[in-house]
Design a binder for this molecule. Sequence first.
Ligand code: ATP
Ligand code: LTN
Length: 323
Amino acid sequence: MRVLSGIKPSGSIHLGNYLGALRIWVTEQHRDTFYGVVDLHALTLPIEPEELRTQTLSTAATLLAAGIDPQRATLFVQSWIPYHAQLTWLLECVVSFGELKRMTQFKEKGGEQAGHRAGLFTYPVLMASDILLYDTEGVPVGEDQRQHLELTRVIAERFNTRYGPTFVVPEAIVPTAGARVMDLQDPTKKMSKSELSVQGTISLFDSPSEIEKKIKRAVTDTDNDVRYDRKNKAGISNLLDIFAAVEATTPQLIAERYSRYGDLKSDLAAALVSTLAPIQQRYDELMADPGELHQQMMIGSQRANEVAAPVFERASRAIGLLH
Ligand code: ATP
Ligand code: LTN
């Protein structure tokens, strides 16, 4: 099975990215995997050029540190493969304005406010290109990306119907626990890279004492009953869900082990510290040699380019561009 996913180099990777997506990227590596640092997506929100360059390299290092093996997975930088932007134009002429307007993430990010970039509106089409360019069958993503994946399927099917069989229609791979990690200070909002909620977000690079502090201060309710109930007990359910993802079990089984919030919180903090420590150590080693990292990304991107080229040609011929 061909698997592809992407992550934006728009800030430090957080626990939601790790539990919802990255951890699954690692376990899917026995398949034919393509993982992209999708730098063009980071341009949808304001970002300084120097910051984008630095984040692209450090995001690549984070993926390797989390366990992506460049011998097995094809790791690439999106903008180094010109077909992503090229295919986006063709697909923008297949999708409708109304379909893009219905995307909830665009609305949540306040997309219609004056001054927002048009790329924020059209970005699900760039995401569809990322996926369709590689004949992808499975896409590991967090819950927030389900709607974009559904749109990708609609675009692929419409293209195939209108212009003849061209694209593989992909499926989402969404984990059972950790698919929607919420902000620790506001469990009605998802943990996010670009929202400025330092206390509500656990970065993969937080120190043990920062992790302990943030978990201890995580918002819960006052009835002190450890029970998984996303609707009525959002805060505690979020912690149970995180714990279940880390231990590869279910939040209900974790809940049975605890009767007090305090015990749950201190055990969860300890579990997170021991999960993240090896990733942090490996990250420091990798960042010590940026030249080698750059080289790794070049090798992967060349391989990605070779796979994407014939798929783009197929699509451009099908739609009627002269060859
Ligand atoms: P931003 O908040 O700036 O839009 P992001 O944190 O959503 O960024 P992305 O790079 O857009 O990060 O997403 C990378 C992957 O992480 C996607 O598969 C996405 O579904 C997943 N993901 C992001 N946030 C969460 C979360 N809170 N819980 C679970 N998965 C998440
Ligand atoms: N749109 C996603 C990141 C992303 C992605 C992709 C995920 C860009 N391209 C391709 C899977 C496949 C996001 O913003 N969370």
